[in-house]
Ligand binder design. Structure first.
Ligand SMILES: Nc1ncnc2c1ncn2[C@@H]1O[C@H](COP(=O)(O)OP(=O)(O)OP(=O)(O)O)[C@@H](O)[C@H]1O
Length: 400
């Protein structure tokens, strides 16, 4: 019953704010301190640091790459490998979206032709004692061919119909890598970007440069940081790593922290990040890219390290018999990602931040009220001054 009475009386009440001017050093200091913090936050952090006076637009971008460089392979060490490797040989596939792959190491199985031969010994399930162990027409899960149904008695392995002889699974990737000199290859990264909201188009090379400049300049993160030509070694090891092998690790700046000789053996994945953060309130010429590099795969794994795949080159001999050379190619996949924002002054975010800052100032009043009404010694006095109970009907009667 009491609840209902209280509820009804609450319904017939009205609270209106009242200004109580308190002259107290303590409360005054607390109030000013909180106001100062809030104003500091709004002006210093929200408006200046977080650029709350500017509108923004995200970058839209397209990247193309061109790698150049030639390697000569020592054919006495690697007799099965062609002596000269140029860009058409080591970049596979020739074009990718926002990425390129460079072959750095190889296991070659030359002169394969279609025929019958024993399965490779490292393939699980290839060992046999009788023909029954090799059901005809099936293939082993990671096998190289289709089982003929016969067990080869000489090597005790199932016979397969395949490109023969099959790749030897026990062969390890050569060390040092066959194409380790690929560290000297250069890649031209051409990045065109646009901030559509502001109709601003930029690219990562100066407009007034010549072909000669492009052919000779190299990105170094310093004086030549506008040059869009990178050596693969500088991407992996850092911009100051030109003299490979002689550079102390602490001298290597902004690389991936890996060494090219380690990476080239088993392959890996490297990310090239291009950041465009532009303040369009300043000159558009100051809108420049920043590059950073990191290794995406881990070198610490024991099994399935790096990155490799197989491909073949087929040819016919004078009799018209088809042959192929099978390549197990290890290499570095470079993935390019572009991100960024352009910012420019705009009244709407500016006034929104100022408005929300002004609204935040009421926090100072709330905190001071708590101090005054519940913490200070004279809280009873302040409470009495702050709340004035007026019974409306009685007041009306008094007026009468
Ligand atoms: N990876 C690279 N390393 C050094 N210079 C390069 C590289 N890629 C391109 N260049 C040079 O930059 C300039 C502009 O390259 P672009 O691809 O636009 O022109 P191009 O005439 O088709 O080049 P090219 O025929 O030499 O491949 C050319 O002089 C080119 O030789």
């Amino acid at each position: 019953m009491n609840y209902i009475r209280t509820g009804i009386s609450l319904f017939f009440e009205y609270d209106t704010p009242r200004i109580v001017h308190i002259q107290s050093k303590k409360v005054g200091v607390i109030n000013r301190f909180i106001q100062f913090c809030i104003i500091g936050y709004v002006i210093g952090y929200a408006i200046i640091f977080k650029k709350g006076y500017q509108d923004f637009d995200n970058v839209q971008s397209v990247v193309t790459t061109k790698v150049k460089g030639i390697v000569m392979v020592n054919t006495t060490v690697h007799p099965d490998i062609q002596p000269i490797w140029d860009v058409a040989d080591y970049i596979v596939p020739p074009q990718e979206n926002n990425a390129f792959f460079v072959i750095t190491n190889l296991i070659v199985t030359p002169n394969q032709s279609i025929g019958i031969c024993p399965e490779d010994s490292t393939i699980h399930g290839s060992n046999c004692t009788v023909d029954k162990d090799c059901p005809a027409g099936t293939s082993l899960p990671v096998g190289n061919g289709v089982l003929t149904g016969k067990c080869d008695p000489d090597v005790s392995r199932c016979e397969i119909h395949a490109w023969c002889p099959v790749e030897n699974g026990t062969t390890k990737a050569p060390k040092p890598a066959v194409l380790e000199e690929s560290k000297k290859f250069t890649v031209f990264i051409k990045n065109n970007i646009e901030f559509p909201k502001y109709s601003v188009k930029r690219r990562n090379l100066p407009d007034n440069v010549s072909n000669d400049y492009l052919q000779s300049c190299r990105y170094d993160g310093g004086a030549n940081s506008r040059c869009p030509i990178f050596t693969l070694q500088s991407i992996v090891e850092g911009a100051n790593s030109g003299s490979y092998g002689e550079v102390a690790m602490e001298d290597i700046v902004s690389g991936t922290g890996s060494r090219y000789d380690e990476l080239s053996g088993q392959g890996g994945v490297i990310q090239i990040r291009i950041k465009w953060n532009c303040n369009l309130d300043l000159s558009v010429d100051k809108c420049l890219p920043e590059y950073s590099f990191r290794r995406l795969d881990s070198s610490t794994y024991k099994i399935s390290k790096g990155y490799n795949f197989r491909y073949s080159r087929n040819f016919k001999d004078a009799n018209g018999t088809e042959f192929r050379t099978l390549y197990k190619a290890y290499g570095i996949k470079f993935v390019i990602s572009v991100s960024g924002q352009a910012r420019k002054f705009a009244p709407v975010p500016f006034f929104t931040n100022v408005g929300s800052g002004l609204a935040l100032l009421s926090i100072a009043t709330i905190i001071c009220d708590i101090v005054v009404l519940y913490i200070l010694k004279a809280r009873a006095l302040y409470k009495e001054k702050k709340y004035l109970q007026v019974v409306g009907d009685d007041a009306y009667k008094v007026l009468d």
